[in-house]
Design a protein around this ligand. Structure first.
Ligand SMILES: Nc1ncnc2c1ncn2[C@@H]1O[C@H](COP(=O)(O)OP(=O)(O)OP(=O)(O)O)[C@@H](O)[C@H]1O
Ligand SMILES: [Mg+2]
Length: 247
């Protein structure tokens, strides 16, 4: 079993003092693992990612990235510690070109030659972005924008990548393409990249994941490897069947 990349223990967090949204969440993402967090709307999935990223204050618990306590690190410095986060909304600079969006992802780096190599790698991974590199990101389709957001995050050379609902608003075909890319993305670093994904699209996300957690009422309710969760009747009833019925 690989070493933990991201470790969250008994995390309590919320936006206003009297209301805890996360009420003792524990989870971990090991090196080179893809882990999905599922849960109903309002369960606290985005809050969990924002708290890990240092954007929501935590009241108790621990968050460690490769053994370093994250709460001491300012949100804008997370990237230097190896953590990249693609939020659920507002994740591209609409007026800037694809190329400029990707350059912003690399702005904390000074290794020019390696940045050029990484850019070429991103355009190889996402050919649609390469073809449109001078186009403003705001003119792209929803799926293409998600790809810009993911590529921009990767330009920082993170060791842990957090994706909040990367498939939101995408057609079923595009969802399949995106998750196939998520698996490819894991291989972009020789050292391996760990990925934490929050998804409503449970079936598609679990299909490319190693493990998963179901978050409900501020805690992780069900934990298991992805195949076990796909076969779990409670998960099936709550998430997989419901999604199918909606689809
Ligand atoms: N900025 C905020 N200020 C106050 N409360 C907030 C804020 N953002 C979220 N919340 C509350 O926190 C709770 C959890 O929201 P969160 O966005 O984490 O849910 P989620 O699991 O990501 O849901 P969804 O599946 O709809 O994205 C909700 O009750 C929400 O109203
Ligand atoms: Mg959310």
């Amino acid at each position: 079993m690989s070493a933990p990349a991201l470790e969250v223990r008994a995390l309590v967090a919320g936006y206003v003092p009297e209301l805890d949204i996360l009420r003792g969440v524990s989870l971990e993402v090991r090196e080179h693992e893809i882990v999905t967090v599922l849960g109903p709307n309002g369960a606290g999935k985005s809050t969990l990612m924002k708290t890990i990223a240092g954007l929501v204050p935590m009241r108790a618990g621990t968050i460690r990235l490769f053994g370093t306590d994250l709460p001491g690190v300012a949100a804008h410095r997370m990237v230097r510690h190896g953590l990249a986060y693609v939020p659920q909304v507002g994740n591209v600079f609409a007026r800037l070109s694809i190329e400029e969006n990707l350059a912003i992802g690399a702005c904390a780096r000074t290794d020019r030659a390696a940045i050029e190599e990484d850019l070429a790698r991103m355009y190889a991974l996402f050919p649609r972005l390469g073809e449109r590199r001078r186009q403003p990101a705001g003119t792209l389709s929803g799926g293409e924008r998600q790809m810009v957001a993911v590529a921009r995050a990767l330009m920082a050379r993170p060791r842990v990548l957090m994706l909040d609902e990367p498939s939101a608003g995408l057609s079923p075909l595009m969802v399949g393409t995106l998750f196939a890319k998520v698996r490819e993305v894991r291989e972009v670093r020789e050292t391996g990249l760990s990925i934490l994904v929050v998804e409503q699209n449970a079936r598609a996300a679990l299909a490319v994941s190693d493990r998963g957690y179901v978050l409900a009422e501020g805690r992780e309710r069900i934990t298991g490897d992805a195949h076990a969760l796909l076969a779990d009747p409670e998960v099936g009833e709550l998430y997989l069947g419901a999604r199918r019925a909606l689809a």
